[in-house]
Design a protein around this ligand. Structure first.
Ligand code: GAR
Length: 192
């Protein structure tokens, strides 16, 4: 049977993307077919090269005012889109082209600490400022609002007021690395 084809979108370092590349490297039903990135200097591009995964970079103008990215995904026969540290809002034309087939990871327990401006360290700083006793990750489907699509899975960890935002970030990233690829696998194999 033909393998299901994933496209990963990332904007930065790409440590989650790399875990996903690793997880599906020798998978017999799923493959990472393409890495898409909005920043030509992003570390994730080197990580993709290491795994011989083709890359495609695009500008803001191309993403929001053309269908270049969609055409690329269709040409590559992509089944599922995975956002792994991708910081731009996904435009309507893409959400409509991949209904319930775009998945995102958010570094907090949504609906808390989500929405516009809540990404990366901003999230962990807000969690610390609110003196939360736990935080975690949310893996969810993408719709046209930041962080509001249906939740597929959440994983939490305890924190305490002495933890710095950096310590919180480290714990959360570990949870992401441990869980994201498995949830993606489950989505791809059971719902696509
Ligand atoms: C991850 O913690 C991810 O949850 C977060 O960016 C980080 C990327 O790290 N995403 C968001 O904040 C999306 N709103 P990585 O590049 O090392 O995978």
């Amino acid at each position: 049977m033909k393998k299901k084809r994933i496209a990963v979108f990332a904007s930065g370092s790409g440590s989650n993307a790399e875990r996903i590349f690793e997880y599906f490297k020798n998978h017999n039903q799923v493959e990472v077919a393409l890495l898409l990135c909005n920043k030509s200097t992003a570390g994730v591009l080197e990580r993709a090269k290491k795994f011989s995964i083709p890359t495609f970079t695009f500008s803001r103008q191309e993403f929001y005012n053309s269908h270049l990215v969609l055409t690329t995904l269709k040409d590559q026969q992509i089944d599922v889109v995975v956002l792994a540290g991708f910081m731009w809002l996904v435009p309507a034309y893409l959400v409509e082209a991949f209904p319930d087939k775009i998945v995102n990871i958010h570094p907090a327990l949504l609906p808390k600490f989500g929405g516009k401006g809540m990404y990366g360290m901003h999230v962990h700083e807000a969690v610390k400022a609110a003196a939360e006793k736990e935080t975690g990750i949310t893996i969810h489907l993408v719709n046209q609002q930041y962080d509001e699509g249906s939740i597929l899975a959440q994983f939490s960890c305890k924190i305490d007021p002495n933890n710095s935002a950096e310590e919180i970030a480290k714990r959360v990233l570990k949870l992401e690395h441990e869980n994201y690829a498995k949830v993606i696998e489950n989505l791809v194999l059971n719902q696509v």
